[in-house]
Design a protein around this ligand. Structure first.
Ligand SMILES: C[S@@+](CC[C@H](N)C(=O)[O-])C[C@H]1O[C@@H](n2cnc3c(N)ncnc32)[C@H](O)[C@@H]1O
Length: 299
């Protein structure tokens, strides 16, 4: 914490970054994820269905006096169900200069404050900058994880994002646009790798451009693609196609936001091989638990 320019979030971010480079935060070793902690929790609301909120998140919301939430990305049913007596503030359209004093002042007045992000706050959540700005002003913060939309999408698709002999890796990514330059857009590289399931956040409006680029890069037009709109919400919609066909289908459906784009053979769940996990190979036995995990993989 420093005394200088307490209300400038960029100063706070710079100062917290400097501290992070110099020393690890003691709380890393004092607490586990899910522990009750002092401060403002940054809670993952999950993908939409209130039942996909964690127990820890639900308890924190039920005790909250002020909930600052991510607007339309958080299902209002969840707010109605769990934020009984809390004041609700939509963060959309508010900058750090407004949000930080709001949360800080409420916390310093003794209120239970919850910052509610959609999905998991660690994925395209811009949580850390808020946490740094609060910490810089002496307000402790911590994460409470949530179910990210890629996991809801894979559950809807009834598949795994990693699948033996089909997909060994998962990429959480976003397409080029205002935030990423063309050079920073790695979607084509992930698809090129062949055994990666590519989960594109923040890319519903850009499905046509993304698929056009993949075709220009000579990727197989029949590579499976699914677009899951509002995964786990009552109006969830699933559009299934391939690199060559999905853009027309998404345009026809009219979705421009709030969908996850999944590319790769794991989308269909076809063609995988049984894992080693439940066969003789796994039972050959090793006294070294870490070695067993490395070899056998999933549980
Ligand atoms: C700002 S990011 C936040 C992601 C969030 N932190 C998470 O872990 O899911 C918003 C993007 O997440 C995706 N998204 C969020 N909720 C979704 C849902 N229920 N179904 C499909 N995609 C969703 C969409 O791609 C949307 O553009």
């Amino acid at each position: 914490m420093t005394e200088d320019t307490p209300n400038d979030p960029q100063d706070a971010i710079d100062s917290q970054s400097k501290r992070r480079r110099e020393e690890l935060d003691d709380r890393i070793f004092e607490h586990s994820a899910g522990d009750e902690q002092e401060g403002i929790p940054f809670v993952g609301a999950g993908p939409g269905n209130p039942r996909l909120l964690t127990v820890a998140g639900k308890e924190l919301l039920e005790d909250a006096d002020l909930v600052v939430h991510a607007g339309s990305l958080v299902n209002s049913e969840l707010l109605d169900e769990y934020c009984g007596h809390a004041e609700l503030v939509n963060s959309v359209g508010k900058d750090l200069e407004e949000l930080i004093p709001l949360m800080r002042d409420a916390y310093e007045d003794g209120d239970n404050v919850v910052r509610l992000h959609s999905g998991d706050p660690a994925i395209y959540g811009a949580a850390l900058e808020q946490m740094d700005a609060l910490e810089h002003e002496g307000v402790p913060t911590y994460f409470v994880p949530g179910v990210t939309s890629a996991f809801a999408a894979s559950a809807t698709l009834r598949t795994q994002l990693t699948l033996n002999e089909v997909s060994n890796h998962v990429a959480f990514t976003r397409p080029q646009g205002k935030t990423l330059t063309a050079e920073e857009d790695h979607i084509s590289d992930f698809v090129e790798m062949g055994d990666v399931t590519t989960c594109i956040y923040l890319g519903t409006h850009a499905v046509r451009d993304t698929m056009d680029r993949l075709l220009e890069d000579d990727h197989d037009p029949e590579t499976p693609v699914a677009v899951i709109y509002h995964a786990s919400w009552p109006d969830e919609d699933v559009i299934v196609g391939d690199i060559g066909s999905i853009a027309d289908k998404v345009e026809e459906a009219g979705y421009r936001a709030s969908a996850l784009v999944v590319i790769g053979d794991a989308v269909t769940g076809a063609g995988y091989e049984r894992s080693f996990l439940y066969g003789d190979w796994a039972n050959r036995g090793s006294s070294d638990a870490n070695e067993t995990e490395t070899q056998a993989g999933d549980d």
